[in-house]
Design a protein around this ligand. Structure first.
Ligand SMILES: NC(=O)c1ccc[n+]([C@@H]2O[C@H](COP(=O)([O-])OP(=O)(O)OC[C@H]3O[C@@H](n4cnc5c(N)ncnc54)[C@H](O)[C@@H]3O)[C@@H](O)[C@H]2O)c1
Length: 253
């Protein structure tokens, strides 16, 4: 087990990619704090992990609420004495071009996709510095390296995640802390509902994935989880400030 005795916090772990990432970390021996605003989803992830013989707890919170976030991170630290891994994963898309996106929608995207990553990293940093070790993984997107049509709030915030990741990596490498970004391509989770609606339904998105992704298919959450495991474990011990794009080749063309 390559994460034995590690303590990990995964935001947005109550569904989709975050859930699969939490499960693979627990399979490899980490205790996982499953942070999500959806209590049912978080409970499902914790149950899956425990049923597979792993260790997990849920943290029910909205990660854009600074006070809740601070209390949740402090509670994990108080219970376990260390935080080794932070995977900032919770994120959302607000569809539309410059004139269509409500200012409130842009602010909400920024608050969740960028500011909450910033806050969580800031809150775990004192413990990681004291430990002289730690790993932070920020979920960006293939939209962090590409430009979608009519997705200004999403692409802007996901590009910003990459800039923030590189900056943090450079600043904190000397403390033994690695910071990388994950850029998934198309993964069939509830997250894509706004894209699907914007594209005009299920058939349209299936055609899009077939045509635009060189591998011609969606990623499975398990395929993304393998990359998460690589980036949060010592398998990537000399990698920091990097962007791993897991998109079936979409960003190549
Ligand atoms: N699915 C994809 O195709 C895809 C592609 C690229 C990037 N991503 C990124 O992955 C992340 C989520 O994707 P997913 O596919 O796992 O989605 P998902 O919808 O399956 O899961 C997202 C989880 O985040 C939780 N969440 C949302 N807002 C929250 C908040 N404010 N506080 C706490 N929890 C919150 C939700 O309750 C949900 O459980 C996002 O950052 C997204 O940009 C997804």
């Amino acid at each position: 087990m390559i994460l034995k005795d590690k303590v990990a916090i995964v935001t947005g772990a109550g569904s989709g990619i975050g859930q699969a990432g939490a499960a693979i970390m627990a399979r490899e021996g980490a205790h996982v704090a499953v942070a999500d605003r959806n209590a049912e989803g978080a409970a499902e992830t914790v149950a899956q992990i425990r049923n597979a013989g792993g260790s997990a707890e849920s943290l029910i919170l909205d990660v854009t609420d600074d006070i809740s976030l601070e209390a949740a991170i402090a509670s994990v630290l108080a219970r376990h004495g260390h935080i080794d891994i932070l995977h900032n994963h919770a994120g959302a898309q607000v569809a539309g071009d410059l004139e269509q996106v409500a200012v409130e929608g842009f602010d909400r995207s920024w608050g969740l996709n960028v500011r909450a990553h910033f806050m969580a990293a800031r809150l775990v940093m004192p413990a990681m510095k004291a430990q002289g070790a730690g790993v932070i993984l920020n979920t960006s997107s293939s939209s962090g390296v590409l430009y979608d049509r009519e997705m200004i709030a999403y692409t802007t915030t996901k590009h910003a995640v990459i800039a923030m990741t590189r900056q943090m990596a450079g600043d904190y490498a000397r403390f033994g802390i690695r910071v990388n970004a994950l850029c998934p391509g198309w993964v069939d989770t509830p997250f894509n509902s706004p894209f699907i609606a914007q594209m005009g339904g299920r058939a349209a998105i299936e055609a899009y994935v077939r045509d635009k992704v060189p591998m011609g298919r969606w990623a499975d959450v398990g395929e993304i989880a393998e990359s998460i495991l690589f980036l949060v474990s010592d398998r990537s011990s000399y990698i920091t400030g990097q962007i791993l794009v897991v998109d079936g080749g979409e960003a190549v063309v």
